[in-house]
Design a protein around this ligand. Structure first.
Ligand SMILES: Nc1nc2c(ncn2[C@@H]2O[C@H](COP(=O)(O)OP(=O)(O)OP(=O)(O)O)[C@@H](O)[C@H]2O)c(=O)[nH]1
Length: 236
């Protein structure tokens, strides 16, 4: 019996590992087009509840830093901050499918399309401190193109969430790939992380560049090079 239970424990452990592996793969494979977003189609009363919860939290924060939350200048601060936080995270209210649904067009275009210098403002999920910068998105169509503004909207959906820059970059690339099914996609994100500027390492001039290359942007050096030349973001 001892032996049996020992082996079943091992099986449990192996199963757990498998689940962990499955989960990892799921994260990589799960569709960004089909994802349900956390605050999609929320009722007004649910929205009010969120606002109230955030107001309370900001009130506690003011007291916690040693301020008098009841002094005149701070009276409306919890409400303002709560509304601002819901705005900063409005990417949880929209899905990629909603945004792109009517804006994929058949088109015999086989040249690279690049939209660059798309401004982004996001929140680092580690410190809830902003990071901001520019995004460049390119793709090589395969008989279909996407409305240009929808590229900027996809960028907005993912940047207005709690993020790390690497995941943001990957999600944008994956969304374009799933929505347009092009021959390849490239995304470059260049940002200043205020958590590294205002605190912590305090490196005022540091910038972080991340890229995601899919399809022939990954496999074909010439295509990638063309994108890197055309798609270089302007300095900011
Ligand atoms: N990879 C990655 N790291 C990030 C991003 N935004 C913030 N970080 C990092 O997240 C890390 C969190 O590390 P911790 O050691 O847990 O936090 P910390 O003590 O506040 O770290 P310091 O910032 O070094 O003071 C820091 O190194 C941040 O620079 C991001 O978009 N991508």
């Amino acid at each position: 019996m001892a032996h049996l239970s020992e082996s079943s424990n091992n099986d449990d452990i192996n199963m757990n590992n498998l689940h962990i592996e499955d989960k990892k793969n799921d994260v990589r494979r799960s569709s960004v087009l089909d994802e349900g977003t956390l605050r999609e189609n929320e009722s007004e009363s649910k929205h009010e509840q969120r606002l109230d919860a955030l107001k309370n939290a900001y009130g506690i924060m003011l007291n916690s830093v040693g301020e008098d939350a009841m002094r005149q200048g701070l009276l409306k601060t919890p409400e303002r901050a709560a509304k601002a936080m819901l705005f900063f995270t409005k990417g949880y209210e929209q899905s990629v499918r909603d945004v792109v649904s009517d804006a994929i067009f058949d088109e015999e275009c086989d040249n690279m399309v690049v939209v660059k210098d798309i401004d982004i403002y996001s929140l680092c999920e580690h410190h809830l401190i902003p990071f901001f910068g520019k995004v460049s998105v390119g793709y090589l169509p395969n008989k279909r193109v996407i409305g240009l503004s929808k590229i900027a909207r996809i960028v907005e959906i993912f940047s207005r969430r709690l993020q790390v820059q690497e995941r943001l970059t990957q999600q944008i690339a994956q969304a374009i790939e799933e929505a347009v099914q092009p021959l390849g996609v490239g995304v470059i994100v260049e940002c200043v992380h205020m958590c590294m500027v205002m605190r912590g390492a305090e490196k005022v001039n540091s910038r972080t560049t991340t890229s995601a290359m899919l399809g022939n942007f990954r496999h074909n050096a010439k295509t990638r090079e063309e994108f890197l030349i055309i798609g270089r973001n302007s300095s900011f």
